[in-house]
Design a protein around this ligand. Structure first.
Ligand code: PLP
Length: 427
């Protein structure tokens, strides 16, 4: 261990509390010095392939020069300004650019800080929208097995599971539809029944389009998404949470495009800045926005964060969006094909229960040990992968690879062969 590594590790051990980390168990967090492309470099000089895009945020590659330059230039011009009563070029231009690539009809962008706050804003907009229309609608509808974030509203609409269990009594009531990755027609039928019996109580239906991410990279059919959206038309609001799926993760820029649908509200974060800075955004239709416009201040949307519309984050967002060109789309198509060929080889192994691919996301479920996040095999695989120079972070028995878009076919093949080697070890 180098001196730098030792000093970072000991300061960290003394003073830092990490997310989703049990500090009573090994391993200690690994100090990272720098990153470029698809690779991280530890302070003691080891290179690690970032197979999970650093929690799904790194889009093109680490330290992408165009984004770094845009942030540096913006930092020298205007680093921040209060976003109530003031505006600036990066926020206005990024909002305009987003509305040009978002599903049709999403015309207004509300900025926040991360995926959870983008979801909070969407939920609050939906509830208040109905109040402005003279209706009290308090019910939210969500999918079983969903994940929408860690703040209270976002936890409420997430699946009732290990992560939300300690807070169960503090979450608001949500009606859950059966997991569409098991039986999409049952999900649609449950929504139809619910809308028929309690439609006028429902403020919104929220879904992760096509991929239940943190719930285990479970995928469902575009026809199911289309039918869920269609059921809500003119009856209640439909929120698509594209925090994970946005900006090309599933192939097209937004997963809604697979089903050719446009939601009433759409949430974004993670890849929105190419993975450089925290930023959340909630897109809304003109109909929703207009319901808040009035000469009565009480009809305002009383929600905001100190860093709302941060110029650096918006400049990063603009630079990242410009990189999502045809060449990027081609790279994503290539990654999908590379996942498919690697996973076709793994699919028949006795310890693999299910393999699935959508865009740049490849995943498999293991048929060993207890189902779910606490299956220890995920941590064992992560530790093994590090010894082979790969950063993986399985969700218990679900192994997924979700790499930056600069990843080559050989690198995809290499990561899946590391997984295969681990699974072939006697245990
Ligand atoms: N929504 C979805 C679909 C997510 O996958 C996540 C995070 O994984 C969130 C919301 C929450 O985002 P954040 O971690 O930025 O709060």
């Amino acid at each position: 261990m180098t001196g730098t590594t030792r000093s970072i590790a000991s300061l960290d051990r003394a003073h830092v509390w990490h997310p989703y980390t049990q500090h009573g168990l090994p391993p200690l967090p690994l100090p990272i010095a720098r990153a470029a492309g698809a690779y991280l470099e530890t302070t003691d000089g080891r290179r690690l392939f970032d197979a999970i895009s650093s929690w799904w945020v790194t889009l093109h590659g680490h330290a992408q020069p165009e984004i770094a330059d845009a942030i540096a230039a913006q930092a020298r011009t205007l680093e921040h300004v209060i976003f109530a009563g003031f505006t600036h070029a990066p926020a206005a231009e990024f909002a305009s650019a987003l509305t040009r690539v978002l599903p049709a009809g999403l015309e207004r962008i509300f900025y926040s800080d991360n995926g959870s706050t983008a979801v909070e804003a969407a939920i609050k907009m939906a509830i208040q929208y109905w109040r402005h229309r003279g209706q009290t609608r308090r019910l939210l509808v969500a999918l079983e097995g969903a994940y929408h974030g860690d703040t209270f509203g976002a936890m409420s609409v997430s699946g009732a599971d290990l992560f939300t269990e300690p807070f169960r009594e503090h979450l608001f009531d949500v009606v859950r539809l059966p997991d569409p990755s098991r039986d999409g027609s049952a999900t649609v039928a449950a929504l139809e029944t619910l809308l028929a019996s309690r439609g006028d109580e429902i403020a919104a239906v929220i879904v992760e389009p096509l991929v239940l991410g943190a719930g285990g990279m479970q995928m469902y059919a575009a026809e199911t998404l289309r039918a869920l959206r269609a059921a809500c038309l003119d009856r209640t609001l439909f929120i698509a949470d594209e925090v994970l799926t946005g900006f090309g993760r599933t192939g097209p820029l937004f997963a809604c495009a697979h089903a050719d649908i446009a939601p009433d509200l759409l949430t974004m974060s993670k890849g929105i800045t190419g993975g450089f800075l925290p930023l959340g955004a909630t897109a809304a239709t003109a109909q929703i926005f207009d319901a808040f416009v009035s000469d009565d201040r009480r009809r305002s949307f009383f929600h905001g964060h100190s860093y709302t519309g941060n110029p650096l984050a918006c400049a990063a967002g603009l630079a990242s969006l410009a990189l999502l060109d045809d060449a990027s789309a081609e790279r994503r198509t290539r990654i999908e094909a590379a996942h498919r060929s690697a996973l076709a080889r793994l699919a028949n192994a006795p310890w693999v229960r299910d393999v699935r691919v959508l865009g740049t996301i490849g995943a498999l479920t293991l048929d060993t040990g207890p189902a779910g996040y606490l299956n220890p095999i995920g941590r064992e695989l992560a530790a093994y992968a590090l010894t082979r120079g790969v950063l993986l972070r399985p969700l218990g028995d679900v192994v997924y690879v979700l790499p930056p878009y600069c990843t080559t076919d050989d690198e995809i093949a290499m990561v899946w062969s590391v997984v295969d080697d681990f699974l072939r070890q006697p245990r």
